[in-house]
Design a protein around this ligand. Structure first.
Ligand code: NAD
Length: 471
């Protein structure tokens, strides 16, 4: 079966970047076709990534909080996991509800969704194949949003007990002993989930610190807590190999204690992601691709072929859904003739562990590396009434203001709900706020958001919740 259709805009890939691009282009009056090989829209993030992991992290947090409040005078009986019920809730009531919502949004906008694998056969045609049906889609403009996939470590055996983030989220049983390779976003979030479900979790990280992109002082409160929850955290440690034995996996690692062999039930490999560079005909049409496999784009998200745009993970780091969504809207607006460009000053990063870690703008490490002189305000949550009431005082909010301009250039937060709190810093940086601007904002009391204002007050010299008068 073969069919030919034409769209003014075709979007390849329906993740958070692709569907946002398609919807924005449609809202701006374009006829749009959205192609994805998945059965549902939403891509990795919604179906097999950000959303299901956040659902499970919520359960992990409820479990740890219900245990914590025992010392405050409220006791619950030991929680029990009904894995089948959890999977049903995650898949149907969280992921399913969102994917249905996106499908409904596509329908109401008259965005034509085609399920199948799309390959560029020329600079104005994508061929979409699903089983024995082929659809030729010709277009005026195209937006590539094909995303990324988990990095594999060469030489590991093919064994279902060696998981990536997708299979780990399927919750195919709770391993007694789980080894996680990679102490980044996925390793620590999934470690938090599996540890709450009862697995003995060991994390092996190649670099000297967990979350190498974050400031070490910000990681410390999280690491302290994970050291209690996880069986062990091995930094500056390499995995040499895995042997798949009938009743366990033998993993040899090399670190500070020399070479050791760990016996575990499952392994999760979480060592980063790679762009989906191959299989979509990019070479056929001569797209400019860099040595790491990312498609090169300009500020308008145009590739070297001016009517073909690229957004999201396929264009490079940071591989974050919110960056992809923003880029998708930019590309759609450029196509519709609007004066749009990707010129955000900051892209926030959040690790949804417990406590959460979030930052926006420069980390302190980056400010030092770049030789930028700054004033720093660090507000410890031990002085926050709200944090005390929650029993979670280990966090802090750290604000960096450039000496030369006085402007906020970076904020890092560790603590409960840091991922929500960081939004204020993003706004402040984008608006060019200085310490006084933020210090003069009335923050609601008692709230964790006060800590953002307090960090600015330290630099502005107006803090009263600590004794730190400006010299
Ligand atoms: P990551 O880059 O966050 O972490 C990978 C970690 O593995 C790094 O710390 C790295 O030093 C380490 N590593 C690399 N090779 C190793 C090896 N051979 N042995 C031991 N350690 C090794 O990558 P990730 O956790 O796989 O996540 C992939 C991407 O997905 C992230 O970069 C992020 O963009 C995205 N993501 C975001 C979120 C979020 O926004 N909360 C959550 C999950 C994933």
């Amino acid at each position: 079966m073969s069919e030919s259709i034409h769209a003014e805009v075709v979007v390849l890939g329906a993740g958070p970047g692709g569907y946002a691009a398609a919807f924005r282009a449609s809202d701006l009056g374009k006829s749009v076709v959205l192609i994805d090989k998945g059965k549902t829209l939403g891509g990795v993030c919604l179906n097999r990534g950000c959303i299901p992991s956040k659902a499970l992290l919520h359960l992990a947090r409820v479990k740890s909080e219900s245990a914590e409040v025992k010392s405050f005078g409220l006791s619950f009986s030991e929680p029990e996991w009904d894995l089948e019920a959890v999977k049903k809730w995650k898949d149907e009531r969280v992921v399913g509800r969102l994917t249905k919502g996106i499908a409904a949004l596509a329908k109401v906008r008259k965005v034509q969704v085609i399920e199948g694998s799309g390959v560029f056969v020329s600079k104005d045609t994508i061929e979409v194949t699903k089983e024995d049906s082929v659809t030729q889609v010709t277009f005026d403009d195209a937006i590539i949003a094909v995303g990324s996939h988990p990095t594999k470590i060469p030489g590991f055996p093919e064994d279902p007990r060696i998981m990536d983030s997708t299979s780990a989220l399927e919750l195919d049983g709770i391993p007694e002993k789980l080894l996680i390779i990679g102490g980044g976003y996925i390793g620590l979030e999934m470690g938090t989930i599996y540890s709450a479900m009862g697995s003995e979790v060991t994390v092996v990280e190649f670099m000297p610190n967990l979350l190498p992109g974050a400031d070490p002082d910000v990681v410390k409160p999280l690491e302290k807590r994970l050291q209690k929850d996880f069986a062990s955290i091995r930094t500056a440690t390499k995995v040499q190999g895995i042997e798949a034995l009938p009743d366990h996996l033998a993993v040899s690692i090399e670190g500070a204690n020399g070479v050791e062999t760990l016996s575990v039930d499952k392994v999760l490999v979480a060592v980063g992601r790679r762009p989906n560079t191959h299989g979509s005909g990019f070479e056929t049409i001569g797209l400019d691709i860099n040595e790491r496999g990312f498609i090169k784009v300009n500020q308008r998200r145009q590739t070297n072929i001016p009517h073909i745009y690229a957004i999201g993970d396929i264009t490079g780091d940071p591989m974050l859904a919110h960056k992809a969504t923003h880029e998708g809207k930019v590309a759609a607006e450029v196509i519709a003739g609007e004066p749009a460009a990707f010129d955000s000053s900051v892209i926030p990063a959040v690790i949804f562990t417990d406590p959460e870690i979030a930052w926006a703008g420069l980390t302190e490490t980056q400010a030092k590396e770049q030789g930028i002189e700054y004033d720093k305000g660090v507000f410890p949550w031990s002085a926050s009434g709200r944090a005390l009431a929650l029993g979670r005082t280990e966090g802090f909010s750290k604000a960096l203001f450039e000496k030369q301009t006085g402007r906020l250039i970076g904020m890092s937060i560790v603590g409960t709900n840091a991922g929500d709190l960081i939004a204020e810093a993003v706004l402040a940086i984008e608006m060019g706020a200085d310490a006084e601007d933020i210090a003069l904002i009335i923050h609601p009391h008692p709230s964790l958001s006060e800590s953002v204002g307090n960090a600015a007050e330290i630099v502005a010299g107006s803090i009263t919740d600590l004794f730190a008068p400006k010299k």
